[in-house]
Design a protein around this ligand. Structure first.
Ligand code: F0G
Length: 460
């Protein structure tokens, strides 16, 4: 212990410097405008960790860093108990205390039943739905909201399909800021909407879709001093990066062969991929896992961009899927996501509504559960295995992005068998039967319950 302490003291572990850089024209502004778009070309910014310079490299020693991150797990300081700020050496430097709800620190689970349905020998999932507001958004919100407060903003705002808004409202409340939520009317789950109400956000249900909400918000931030907390804000992605760092730590720094993630606005895949590339550049990992993105067939602009245009352009579409979290037709971060697909040699796939619903129940049958958008990962994995892109003996980690309780209406309708009633997907529903467990209404008699048990055992 004394030795280790001495070693830690002798090596600096200061964060390397960071700068904003436009992903298209390379402009490096001192600070971003309120819309987080490059004033030269209108494209997005990324935060560049200065790892490649001799000074940047010299400041970090990988063994010391790994030990330091592990040691912080036993610390009681708020920043250390956060599974995001624990990795602060790889984040932009915050001057004061972070706004934290002890986000991150999410579990990695074995999914044996789901593995069998996908034809895999083993399968694991990192459950980002086990964050404080029950989605992966918290890991990015703790960073971006903290920087908003550092810059002195009173108001923060986002357009959302529900999870970003729930998370933003919570972190704004914790940080003493006001929050404005723009969500598509009638197209987000009640669970998510009720969270932002309880956390005190001004919540506006706009008569449009998510992409329409983004348009309104982009105009709004140009007119009022409001800090934009959508994932075009690169500080969000820096926080979301830590899910990949934490995953590798949980795997004792042995990279899996594949990481599979749902794709909506494509911020999360961009963030996870950025972390993988940075960890590889630093030598924290020896090789890159392949990062693959799965979209719903009805909200598949990224999939189409690659299949139809070789990734050269993205044609916005009107999105429609029951996985409301990823009902997005014009994803802001598609160029960043494309870069990480290329860098890691991953794939982009799409899955049907039926495939997604079945996969969600299968993840549930492993005792884990997730929200519909997260289940596209298992449904997509099945396709990637059939195509031979993923081999049955490879090491795969699914990123589950939201908790099963986020969208109970979907789950109840699934088990009652009326999720797809009256939709073009109704003919596919017989394949769902084995996973359906409708609640039973019985007389309050032991006999009635016993008969039900016997019938269940006879059928299964
Ligand atoms: N899974 C869940 C549960 C989500 O809430 C989202 C996005 C995604 C996956 C897709 O992630 O956009 O980074 O590609 N939800 C956003 C929101 C858009 O407003 O809550 P992405």
């Amino acid at each position: 212990m004394a030795n280790r302490q001495a070693k830690m003291n002798s090596t600096t572990t200061e964060a390397p410097s960071t700068q904003l850089r436009c992903i298209n024209c390379g402009a490096v502004p001192e600070r971003a405008g309120q819309d987080f778009r490059c004033s030269n070309c209108g494209d997005l910014f990324e935060i560049v960790l200065n790892l490649r310079s001799p000074a940047g490299r010299a400041s970090l020693n990988n063994d010391v860093l790994k030990q330091l991150w592990r040691d912080r797990k036993t610390s009681l300081a708020p920043a250390d108990t956060s599974g995001v700020w624990r990795f602060r050496e790889l984040l932009p430097t915050l001057k004061g205390e972070p706004i934290t709800l002890r986000e991150g620190n999410t579990p990695v689970y074995e999914l044996p039943r789901s593995a069998r349905t996908a034809g895999m020998q083993t399968l694991r999932a990192k459950h980002q739905g086990m964050n404080p507001t029950a989605s992966f958004k918290d890991t990015g919100m703790t960073t971006a909201a903290s920087f908003a407060r550092q810059e002195g903003f009173r108001w923060v705002a986002c357009a959302s399909t529900g999870n970003t808004s729930a998370s933003m409202a919570a972190y704004a409340a914790r940080g003493g800021m006001r929050s404005l939520v723009l969500i598509p009317e009638g197209k987000i789950s009640w669970g998510k909407l009720s969270q932002s109400l309880d956390y005190g956000a001004v919540t506006c249900q706009l008569r449009t879709d998510f992409d329409g909400c983004v348009r309104v918000l982009n105009e709004l931030v140009k007119r009022k001093p409001i800090y934009l907390l959508n994932s075009v804000n690169p500080y969000r992605l820096e926080g979301q990066k830590t899910a990949a760092i934490e995953l590798l730590e949980q795997l004792d720094w042995h990279p899996p062969d594949h990481i599979i993630v749902p794709g909506g606005n494509l911020g999360n895949s961009s963030a996870l991929g950025k972390a993988l590339v940075e960890m590889k550049d630093m030598g924290l990992i020896s090789r890159l896992p392949k990062l693959s993105v799965i979209q719903a067939e009805g909200a598949n602009p990224f999939f189409r961009s690659i299949r139809e245009h070789g990734g050269r352009k993205l044609v916005p579409m009107e999105a429609d899927t029951l996985a409301t979290a990823i009902r997005i037709g014009n994803p802001a971060s598609w160029k960043k996501a494309l870069r990480v697909i290329d860098a890691t040699e991953g794939m982009v796939e799409q899955v049907s509504e039926i495939e997604m619903a079945l996969a969600k129940a299968e993840i549930g049958s492993d005792g884990v559960g997730c929200e519909p958008a997260s289940a596209v990962t298992l449904a997509g994995l099945k396709k990637l295995v059939k195509q031979g892109f993923v081999k049955p003996n490879e090491d795969v980690v699914l990123i589950l992005t939201g908790h099963v309780l986020k969208d109970p209406e979907f789950t109840l309708q699934f088990h009652r068998g009326d999720l797809f009633a009256g939709t073009p997907y109704a003919s596919g529903t017989p394949t769902l039967k084995p996973q359906q467990r409708a609640p039973l209404v019985l007389d309050a008699e032991v006999e009635a319950v016993l008969r039900t048990l016997e019938q269940f055992e006879a059928e299964t």
